[in-house]
Design a protein around this ligand. Structure first.
Ligand code: DC
Length: 232
């Protein structure tokens, strides 16, 4: 059990399919902190853009963005049956829809729009006003909470990430090859690191966690002393 004295902000950034959300959720659970999946927020915006039909091919009709952003409400609602938080869009639970391939396919495009990022960062900072929060994403330690008490940058060997992702996809009955998954992971890494706005970067004061050969329990053990030290 981790004993936290003062509520702190824990920022977790890193590559896709690194196990960021599993790790972040575990930490939040142990500490009794709020967990926010910032990627889910970008996914929810993407879902709304798709529903409003403002994306054609790889272009978003930017004239409609301000009105849509001012009218949408993204939240997190606790589902007691699943014992998990679910993302809501204007009050509707959209947890499954935001994980669909049609959203996954467009989310990088939407997450690169400065106006979208501005609005999401503002909401994320509000959520962290009272501290005692774990947030994961790509720019949490660099842009959203540059003063976070603990910043972790997660990474893992791309082949190992592809193997983990393949297992998850196969469990869902999706048939795909390891090579295809690996290619997708490498593409996403490239987009995340090379986009113009808020690219994925390790904050200078972030601690690196390479979990290629670590179990979740080992990762929790690793973070234990850091949390104790930073909450003092
Ligand atoms: O972590 P994820 O796969 O659910 O993220 C979905 C997309 O959102 C991915 O393209 C990266 C982007 N994202 C971002 O740009 N900034 C964040 N803080 C979190 C996610």
């Amino acid at each position: 059990m981790i004993h936290a004295m003062n509520g702190i902000v824990i920022a977790i950034d890193g590559f896709s399919s690194c196990g960021k959300s599993t790790f972040a959720k575990q930490i939040a659970k142990k500490l009794g902190y709020l967990y926010i999946d910032s990627g889910a927020m970008y996914r929810a915006v993407t879902l709304e853009f798709i529903r409003r039909n403002i994306i054609s091919k790889n272009k978003v009709d930017e004239t409609q963005i301000p009105e849509i952003l001012s009218s949408i409400n993204i939240g997190f609602h606790f589902n007691p049956d699943k014992k998990a938080y679910e993302t809501t869009l204007n009050g509707e639970v959209v947890e499954e829809d935001i994980r669909s391939p049609k959203v996954a396919d467009k989310v990088s495009l939407v997450a690169a729009i400065p106006l979208v990022r501005e609005k999401m960062v503002e909401q994320q900072q509000k959520l962290g006003e009272n501290k005692s929060i774990v947030m994961d994403g790509r720019d949490i330690g660099t842009v959203v909470f540059p003063n976070a008490e603990l910043k972790i940058f997660m990474t893992a060997d791309p082949v190992i990430r592809a193997q983990r992702r393949l297992k998850e996809l196969n469990a869902k009955g999706i048939s795909i090859t390891l090579d295809e998954v690996l290619k997708n992971i490498e593409e996403r890494d490239y987009i995340d690191q090379n986009r113009e706005v808020a690219p994925l970067r390790k904050a200078p004061d972030a601690v690196v966690l390479d979990n290629s050969h670590m179990t979740v329990d080992e990762q929790m053990e690793w973070v234990n002393s850091l949390v104790t030290e930073r909450t003092r």
